[in-house]
Design a protein around this ligand. Structure first.
Ligand code: HEM
Length: 485
């Protein structure tokens, strides 16, 4: 093989990559040493802002294949035919820690899927949990501040974590989930993914349905207990990354089966709890799972920074036949992601290879900005309407319109007959085996017992008690025992 030549950024051959240029053998450096200056300057600029949440993650490419007919519910083209395959890119992540954090920690996991469809990219940006901690986006920055490192101590503080939850009864369901066995997945391959929010599907006749997405892992759900996880963090902080990378390199391609729960739009108003409340699941007895297809990951990225760090998923990247529901959290997210990416990656992040749509037509009047690489042909106009056959609107909304009524203002969501914040946490607790309940109580108590204020502990205990009196009593006893030690 012939020797490859090292060059500067502008392509000139480099004579010496071991010694900087100096004025004489023992003298100071020369400013004319373009290679040295360029190398140091580039190195200083290697980092970009990390994601404000979900900073640490792993990604892989693959495909989605439709296995079942869902055309009665959606006109999405990529779901229109059994056997249809669509290229995908998936990024998994932890939430709270920074880029250098460890993988095997108790934390939700992100499960973000980009479908490169012929009608544009569809991003389904979910988690490995079917529910979330809060139900209004105005609470999200406070919630995340309470879970990330404290500005003074520089550590994650049990006082902050549990103080926020003490004031957020709606978090009880997700806290119960997180402190249970599934709170530390064995790897990204061994966990399910959920859209978590309710989304809207619209069929070819214009009928609207509300759906929840469930990706069930075909590797089986496997989790780590707190002791094993702590050991693993010490052995390989990047354990999830190692597992995913090596499995795909070995050709052991992980896969998930996608199911949806479907609710005809007209049912939503009368459902017994708010079906757009992301702190609640829809019981399968009300809305069974319908299989849709298979997600397979079969290719590792060549470059983690270019393809994983620069990947940009946004919950408002929809395609015809799919749209948002009125879930307030989801609505907040429709703004937050692309805004974060304009800051983190710049206005033209949609032109980076991992984010660029693979649809045959991507044509609009957006122009210029830092690092623009996509532009029109030589005589294309950059305004609309125009007399030059430029791209024009279709007049066909992606999803059916939804009726609204009432007054503007800061409202709580409309009341349904059974909206309370605790009953599903209680149901989850009672669903757990005796062993899992033991571990749940131990996990909660080991965190809650570190809280320094009694009133914060009491408020949290009241939430567990409201979910199930036995649950509350057992946590109270375990916390007391640890605090008396
Ligand atoms: C109002 C509530 C929320 C807000 C404002 C919010 C905001 C954000 C922001 C700003 C990012 C970083 C995006 C980037 O820099 O590329 C992010 C990442 C992420 N969020 Fe949220 N988030 C919210 C709730 C949720 C919920 C409920 C879920 C799951 C159902 C979720 C899943 C994710 C995932 C998976 C990522 C990482 C995406 C990736 O891999 O690049 N978030 N979120």
């Amino acid at each position: 093989m012939s020797q490859r030549v090292l060059t500067t950024e502008s392509g000139a051959p480099v004579a010496d990559n071991q010694n900087s240029a100096t004025a004489g053998a023992g003298g100071p450096l020369l400013i004319q040493d373009q290679h040295l200056l360029e190398k140091l300057a580039r190195f200083n600029r290697e980092r970009i802002p990390e994601r404000v949440v979900h900073a640490r993650g792993s990604g892989a490419y693959g495909y989605f294949e439709v296995t079942d007919d869902v055309t009665g519910w959606t006109r999405a083209d990529f779901l229109s035919e059994v056997g249809r395959r669509t290229e995908t890119f998936v990024r998994f992540s932890t939430v709270a820690d920074s880029l250098g954090g460890a993988d095997a920690v108790r934390d939700p996991r992100g499960f973000a899927v980009k479908f490169y469809t012929d009608e544009g990219n569809y991003d389904l940006v979910g988690n490995n949990t079917p529910v979330f901690f809060v139900k209004d986006p105005v609470k999200f920055p406070d919630f995340i501040h309470s879970q990330k490192r404290d500005p003074f101590t520089g550590r994650q503080e049990p006082d902050n974590v549990w103080d926020f939850w003490a004031h957020s009864p709606e978090a009880t369901h997700q806290v119960t989930w997180l402190m249970g066995d599934r709170g530390i997945p064995a790897s990204y391959r061994h966990m399910n993914g959920y859209g978590s929010h309710t989304y809207q599907w619209t069929n070819a006749e214009g009928e609207a349905f509300f759906v929840k997405y469930h990706f069930k892992t075909n590797q089986g759900v496997r989790s780590l207990d707190a002791g094993r996880a702590a050991e693993l963090v010490g052995q390989d902080a990047a354990s999830h990354q190692t597992d995913l990378l090596q499995a795909i390199e070995r050709g052991v391609n992980p896969s998930w089966t996608l199911h949806v729960q479907v609710m005809p739009a007209a049912e939503a108003a009368e459902y017994r709890f708010n079906p757009f409340d992301v702190t609640k699941v829809w019981p399968h007895a009300d809305h069974p799972l319908h299989r849709v297809g298979r997600l397979v990951l079969d290719r590792n990225p060549d470059n983690v920074f270019a393809e994983v760090e620069q990947a940009a998923f946004s919950p408002n990247n929809f395609v015809p036949g799919i749209g948002p529901s009125p879930d307030k959290m989801l609505q907040g997210r429709l703004f937050a992601y692309a805004d974060a990416q304009r800051y983190r990656l710049g206005i033209n992040h949609t032109q980076l290879p991992v984010n660029a749509p693979k649809a045959p037509v991507v044509d609009n009047y957006g122009r210029d900005g830092l690092h623009a690489t996509r532009y029109g042909a030589r005589h294309d106009r950059n305004y609309e309407p125009n007399s030059y056959a430029g791209p024009a609107q279709t007049g066909a909304p992606l999803a059916a319109p939804l009726a609204v009524r009432g007054w503007t203002g800061t409202h709580e969501a409309p009341a349904h007959t059974k909206d309370d914040d605790f009953f599903q946490a209680g149901e989850l607790y009672r669903l757990m085996s005796a062993d899992e309940r033991d571990r749940l109580i131990t996990n909660i108590a080991s965190g809650l017992s570190q809280v320094t204020r009694d009133d914060v502990i009491e408020k949290n205990l009241a939430h567990f008690h409201a979910a199930d009196p036995e649950y509350g009593k057992r946590v109270a006893e375990a916390v007391r025992a640890l605090r008396e030690d």
